[in-house]
Design a protein around this ligand. Structure first.
Ligand SMILES: Nc1ncnc2c1ncn2[C@@H]1O[C@H](COP(=O)(O)OP(=O)(O)OP(=O)(O)O)[C@@H](O)[C@H]1O
Length: 261
């Protein structure tokens, strides 16, 4: 296996998954462009969510493999992927709505701590150190996404857009290299979408690599540096926004496939 760990982050080879008789993703070869905004698009049912779940370790492929910095991580469980430096956002429905903002972020980061039950009972110095570090990291992440670390409000009182920022802060607090964003602009208005676009750009300006799936085509075309197009589970095109927009296979997939953009 050839690898160049300094430049490669995530790469997939011949990746596929079948659900019963349905081949939801098939034979995809793809390499995430480091320190850039990467997008995966495609008509409804193209396999975007399934591809995303494969990358984040939630589904295990039935063919092919996933490499992280040149290392085979195909069988690594989802929580271990987070430890490697791959973080993903979840829909805002998975937030603990009655808890304050920072507690939501702390719950996300605590999962990475090394303290065990005895550390908790005895309040060991390791536990205290980890708690302080987690709190610092959570405050930094909330500040980064534009939310006040000392804001005492429960998540339920925030707008949908601010809740999306909380989910991004949870991902950032795990100190990732690659952040996978699941439809970051779903269910928010154009003005809020512009704000989230700025936040996603800021992430790459700070050295992060972003990969997102999103239906809002205008947003993607303005935001992404590199786009991969799925159709019926297969990669049909990839390149710059200009390249994929002008690609006849992409145009025909969208005309025949019914875009929700
Ligand atoms: N867990 C599953 N079990 C069985 N079939 C599934 C499962 N997940 C997805 N599929 C099927 O795989 C195909 C791809 O679905 P997927 O949700 O990945 O597409 P998508 O591009 O994200 O769609 P959308 O744009 O509508 O969200 C669909 O035919 C879907 O019904």
């Amino acid at each position: 296996m050839t690898s160049s760990p300094n430049t490669d982050l995530l790469q997939v080879e011949n990746l596929g998954i079948a659900f019963g008789g349905l081949q939801a993703v098939s034979g995809v070869n793809y390499r995430v462009t480091p320190n850039a905004i990467n997008a995966v698009i495609g008509p409804n049912g193209a396999g975007k969510s399934t591809f995303f779940n494969l990358l984040s370790g939630f589904y295990k492929p039935t063919s092919g493999r996933i490499l992280w910095r040149g290392q085979d991580v195909t069988r690594v469980p989802a929580h271990e992927m987070a430890k490697l430096g791959i973080a993903r956002t979840f829909q805002t429905t998975s937030l603990f709505k009655e808890l304050p903002i920072i507690e939501n972020v702390l719950l996300g980061t605590r999962l990475r701590g090394r303290s065990g039950v005895w550390d908790a009972i005895l309040r060991t110095s390791r536990l205290k150190r980890e708690e302080n570090e987690a709190r610092e990291r959570a405050s930094w992440a909330l500040d980064f996404v534009g939310l006040g670390p000392n804001d005492p409000r429960p998540v339920a009182m925030l707008t949908q857009e601010a809740q999306k920022r909380v989910s991004i802060a949870i991902a950032l607090a795990t100190n990732p290299n690659l952040v996978l964003l699941d439809e970051p602009a779903a269910g928010i208005n154009p003005e809020e979408t512009a704000g989230l676009t700025r936040l996603i750009r800021k992430m790459t300006e700070h050295g992060l690599t972003v990969l997102l799936i999103e239906h809002k085509m205008n947003m993607i075309m303005n935001l992404a540096n590199h786009i991969m197009v799925l159709h019926h589970g297969q990669k049909i095109a990839e390149g710059t926004p200009q390249e994929v927009q002008g690609d006849p296979a992409v145009i025909s997939a969208y005309l025949g496939g019914g875009s929700r953009a």
